[in-house]
Design a protein around this ligand. Structure first.
Ligand code: PEP
Length: 255
């Protein structure tokens, strides 16, 4: 089975609505002809709706960087799956390492978010990854396994192939020190194996697994030429439309 590759840009807390709109114009102008790849932009909440409007009918999907698991209520500062759907989003990023480490989100909470997203027919992009300390003591696989077990705890085999997993080693995010393609391959193969053990070979073959961590136009080809790596989640380099377009172009060239 062939998996459609993904290039996703995580803007974190960057870009006003106006700046997002200028970016979208440049991106849309550069995209024609770049088929066969899904392009996702993850702006701050404020730009979700305007960007969805702007990109309607184009190959670009808009996705939030987080959401709450409850449908509504006294959860100041949060947004729900229903609110995300109202912005015409199809994907949602969950469990990003900045959410885990700065905002102390637990894997149990992330698991509740994954369930709520799937219940609302959204595809979660579930981020997993080890810290440098965990890596140095040889705990990478153990940490990834724990994050997957808890993150996917309520996911049925019927829905599992809708989940996208992003392997983002924490030490590679925003540091300029990307993992080597071999390191990424090793962990991504482990993730696919884990999914196969939990859900069977058909789901393992269908689930898309991305690499994230200091991806640039110069290194993306080497990740994407690995048949097990289905795309990238890009932070810093996704803020510049020319760089982001180059990453999409190089990703297509590799597949
Ligand atoms: C990210 O924010 O998910 C990320 C991978 O950031 P960067 O590409 O800047 O390392």
């Amino acid at each position: 089975m062939s998996r459609t590759p993904i290039t996703a840009g995580n803007w974190k807390m960057n870009k006003t609505v106006e700046e997002a709109s200028v970016f979208a114009e440049a991106l849309l102008a550069g995209l024609p002809g770049m088929d066969g790849i899904e392009v996702i932009i993850c702006p701050p909440f404020t730009a979700l709706y305007p960007l969805s409007q702007k990109c309607a009918g184009s190959p670009v999907q808009i996705a939030p960087q987080n959401m709450h698991w409850e449908a509504k209520g006294a959860f100041t500062g949060e947004i729900s799956a229903g609110m995300i759907q109202e912005c015409h989003c199809h994907y949602v990023v969950l469990g990003h390492s900045e959410r885990r480490h700065i905002f102390r989100e637990t894997s149990e909470e992330i698991g509740k978010k994954v369930k709520a997203a799937l219940d609302a027919h959204l595809c979660p992009i579930l981020c997993v990854g080890e810290t440098i300390e965990e890596r140095e003591v040889g705990k990478t696989e153990q940490i990834i396994k724990e994050q997957l077990l808890l993150g996917l705890t309520s996911v049925s085999p019927e829905k599992a192939s809708q989940v996208v997993v992003a392997y983002e080693p924490v030490w590679a995010i925003g540091t300029g020190k990307a993992a080597t393609p071999d390191d990424a391959h090793f962990v991504i193969s482990y993730i696919r194996q884990f999914i196969g053990d939990e859900y069977g070979p058909v789901v393992a073959e269908a689930v898309r697994i991305l690499y994230g961590g200091s991806v640039t136009p110069d290194n993306v080809y080497d990740f994407m030429k690995d048949p097990d790596i289905d795309g990238t989640l890009v932070g810093g380099a996704s803020l510049d439309p020319a760089k982001f377009l180059k990453i999409i172009q190089e990703s297509r060239r590799a597949k």
